[in-house]
Design a protein around this ligand. Structure first.
Ligand code: IMP
Ligand code: MG
Length: 184
């Protein structure tokens, strides 16, 4: 692991909370579906997803909820380029209106893979909601339907996002500043 610091907080817990509520309101017309399924792309979205679905309850809808584990990253900060399914969602998505929830849209490989995957499993529609968007990093041309915050090309952690499985527990989102050389 490289020597690093977590100092620059980009979004604090209060800002995140407010934005989550707004996103849930922005998605309101999606809730008219009689067959709504919300799927979290793990692991980075676990905190965002938990907050989001609790807010959805304000709208009086009861989506089916499931999880899928996808990975494109190795242990560092660079994407491996290949998306693999760890665990697929087991809910039947045939004919369903799916909303995918992800932590961050980076190269776009994960979200593009997931959209194609659930459409091929027979979903009627697939929409996407991401907490963070790094448009400058895009490799696959894809946009999310709902975006929490846009960020520059910096590596961020917290609120579910990790660096080598660390820092997911932080209640805020902060930038990782890398200094010096590898320490392990
Ligand atoms: P994509 O397939 O390149 O769009 O990558 C999406 C995944 O990469 C996210 O779901 C994250 O798990 C991971 N990722 C991308 N950028 C960051 C970051 O700045 N911090 C932590 N994880 C990141
Ligand atoms: Mg990750």
């Amino acid at each position: 692991m490289q020597e690093h610091h977590i100092e620059n907080v980009l979004f604090d817990a209060e800002q995140i909370g407010r934005r989550v509520s707004e996103l849930v309101d922005d998605m309101a017309h999606q809730y008219q579906s009689q067959n709504l399924v919300m799927i979290a792309i793990l692991r980075g979205s676990f905190m965002f997803f938990a907050d989001l679905v609790r807010e959805v309850n304000r709208h009086g809808v009861h989506p089916r909820i499931d999880f899928t584990t996808l990975s494109s990253y190795g242990s560092g900060t660079e994407s491996s380029g290949k998306v693999t399914i760890g665990r697929d969602a087991t809910v039947d998505v045939a004919g369903a209106d799916v909303i995918l929830i992800d932590d961050i849209l980076d190269t776009g490989r994960t979200l593009s893979f997931a959209s194609t995957h659930f459409l091929s499993r027979g979903a009627h529609s697939v929409h996407s909601c991401v907490l963070l968007d790094k448009p400058s990093r895009r490799v696959v041309p894809i946009t999310a339907d709902y975006v929490g915050f846009e960020v520059d090309d910096v590596f961020v952690v917290g609120y579910g996002l990790d660096f080598d499985s660390y820092y997911r527990e932080l209640p805020y989102i902060a930038e990782v500043t890398f200094t010096g050389e590898a320490i392990t």
